[in-house]
Design a binder for this molecule. Structure first.
Ligand code: C2G
Length: 131
């Protein structure tokens, strides 16, 4: 069984996220998503609209996602890959090259981001349209 692992905040879930999760799952048989905790989002300078628990529940409802684990700090990826017997690490290519150190432990794949959508864009456009 080929296991795939990816990380993210996945706030205000949108079709760009789904495109990523679908392509990640298509690379193997089992997809684990490490979702950023609210505390880790502070370290990433991100303020998610939905809480960790609710973002986790939403991700677990997606057909492409087999397991959701917490992402609590930058340094956990090697352990996550080892402890979960991960074969392929996947991220959107806005992270191109940033996780190449994982190549010692698994395959590393950066997938093209989906253009035209982002959580930031959604927030901005809602702000403008609702004045
Ligand atoms: N993504 C995408 N296309 C978009 C938006 C997002 O392919 N239009 C991808 C991102 O590249 C990422 C995943 O969807 O692989 C989740 O996006 P975010 O929730 O913004 O993740 P991020 O905050 O970049 O967290 O340790 C890694 C970090 O936790 C990544």
């Amino acid at each position: 069984m080929k296991k795939v692992l990816t990380y993210g905040t996945f706030d205000l879930l949108h079709w760009g996220h789904i495109n990523l999760l679908k392509r990640a799952k298509d690379l193997g048989d089992y997809l684990i998503v490490a979702i950023s905790t609210d505390e880790f989002n502070e370290i990433k300078n991100k303020k998610a609209y939905h809480s960790y628990e609710n973002r986790k529940m939403i991700l677990e409802a997606i057909r492409y996602v087999d397991e959701v684990i917490p992402e609590e700090h930058w340094e956990q990826k090697v352990d996550d890959v080892k402890n979960n017997n991960v074969d392929i690490f996947v991220m959107g290519d806005d992270w191109e090259g940033k996780f190449d150190f994982l190549k010692d432990h698994c395959e590393v794949v950066y997938l093209p981001r989906t253009a035209g959508i982002s959580t930031t864009k959604i927030k901005k456009e809602l702000l403008v349209s609702n004045g």
